[in-house]
Design a protein. Structure first.
Length: 283
């Protein structure tokens, strides 16, 4: 009896010592990476006034140009739909970037055009009534534009070379873009860069009534479009936000559900910048 009791005590003490040393080792490993919740680094970053908080700004990436270009810590992606693939990127542009893009666009705005199905040529049409202009190769050399192009390429995971130049758009009261696909129906436009596979639409202004970007086949819910309640999904134009959507499905084929349009503006001026990304390099 005495022997059994002694053996049990020995095993129990052994188990306790083993667990404590394992816990100590784990804590040491966490602290050496600065990830342990008890580490001084964690406490400095996360604990203010006794409450756990997310770090403010981008403390991990101070003085890191790449992190600045990607706006790490500011941009918040949200999946709006997987089929068609639509991702909202809140805070994608800084206010300064929005103002800069509008300033470059303003003096050069002309009536927007659409691609003619049969010939692939750009023509004026009442399907699209906004004003627009494309950034020039000179405009694209500006560091702020280069930062935006790089950010787009990283979030869309498509090389910058595959991007068409950014197009700046302005919609005034009653202007709209009827539902359409961004991919081409002609072969003429495919010669330079192949098909359009994704679009990044960046909103440059606030205080717009209407002017939503509308996906009629984006789910079975209801949404607002130019003051009407309609079926589908819509994105409200909010300064600095961007919407990334795919003209290709996960099967690599053109996705007919990626149909989208710009709802009529009811009041205010909607400014946007659009970037189409191709399958291959676009020159
Ligand atoms: O401005 C828009 O919301 C919008 C919507 C759909 C723009 C485009 N398409 C486009 O320029 O392709
Ligand atoms: Zn479009």
């Amino acid at each position: 009896m005495k022997f059994i009791f002694g053996l049990l005590s020995f095993v129990t003490i052994g188990l306790i010592i083993g667990s404590v040393s394992q816990l100590t080792l784990l804590r040491q490993l966490e602290d050496s990476h600065g990830t342990g919740t008890k580490s001084p680094r964690f406490r400095r970053l996360h604990q203010r006034d006794g409450f756990l908080q997310l770090p403010r700004g981008i403390p991990f990436w101070k003085n890191d140009r790449e992190a600045e270009i990607l706006r790490l810590g500011y941009i918040k992606p949200e999946v709006l739909s997987w089929s068609p693939r639509i991702i909202l990127l809140r805070n994608f542009l800084s206010m300064e970037e929005c103002e800069y893009l509008k300033a470059i666009g303003h003096p050069h705005l002309r009536n927007s055009q659409v691609v003619e199905r049969e010939t692939g040529k750009s023509i004026k049409s009442n399907v699209r009534t906004s004003y627009g202009m494309f950034l020039s190769s000179e405009d694209r050399k500006h560091p702020m534009v280069q930062a935006i192009e790089k950010r787009i390429s990283i979030y869309a995971q498509i090389p910058t070379e595959n991007g068409e130049p950014i197009q700046i758009l302005r919609y005034e009261k009653n202007q709209y873009y009827a539902p359409h696909h961004d991919y081409f129906a002609d072969t003429y436009n495919l010669k330079n860069g192949g098909q359009r596979i994704a679009t990044v639409l960046m909103y440059l202004s606030d205080n717009v009534e209407g002017g939503e970007t509308y996906f009629p086949k984006g789910g079975s819910g209801e949404c607002n479009c130019g003051g009407k309640i309609v079926k589908g999904l819509s994105v409200k134009p909010t300064k600095g936000n961007a919407v990334l959507f795919w003209s290709m499905g996960l099967n690599g084929q053109a996705d007919p559900n990626a149909l989208h349009g710009a709802c009529e503006v009811l009041s205010g001026k909607k400014w946007a910048a659009v970037k189409w990304m191709r399958q291959g390099p676009h020159v």
